[in-house]
Design a protein around this ligand. Sequence first.
Ligand SMILES: [Zn+2]
Length: 234
Amino acid sequence: MENLLDRVNSFEISPSALVASGRGVHAYYFLDSAWDVRAQEQRRRATGLLKRLATALDADPAVADLGRVMRLPGTFNFKPLRDDPPGDPLACRLLTLDAERRYRPEDLESVLPQLREPTTARPHGVRRRDPFLSAVLSANSMANVARKLGLDVGGGGRPAILCPFHADQHTKSLTLYEDHGHCFGCGWHGDAIALVRDLKEVGFAEALAQLSAWAQLPPPRTVGRGWKTWGVSR
Ligand SMILES: [Zn+2]
């Protein structure tokens, strides 16, 4: 716990509240106003902010789950550590509180390090194994798709765009690789289908139809349900 507190206290932004959860410490950074996360773009931005905060503090990345409810001071933690026999419940209590200490999301974003791209296998690799999807994706480079969506890709070097999924004003955080894009700000990650789907807020089928039209491929047709049943029309 000393270690945890050191990490939180040496971070350049001070928490508004610290709560001892019984097994650890929860650091809260109060916002100056309520954040409306009903829109997908705002949820992505909020999740990205939480991921970056968790990474900066070497904390549990599960806090980036917006639906998560944290332990409240005044309650008891009954959950034993793994392999430990159940012991006495541990009190969850407030350690410090400064309710006036408020932050705007951009204040936090400006000091948090960008996320590094995950190196694990990517889900869109699966799409490459479907002949039709593979043909559509091969015919639509990320940079071309971004241009067709009206995004400024710029010239020279690795193409990158201002990320449309978080408040990206200066840095062009969304890097475009040949077959996928990755935002080092909010963590958005996906292929051309995902870019069209998320930017135009359409379903997978509509995004795929748009991409096959751009690639001048025959329109996809379904044989049943789900993307695996799409095939090349004859
Ligand atoms: Zn982003």
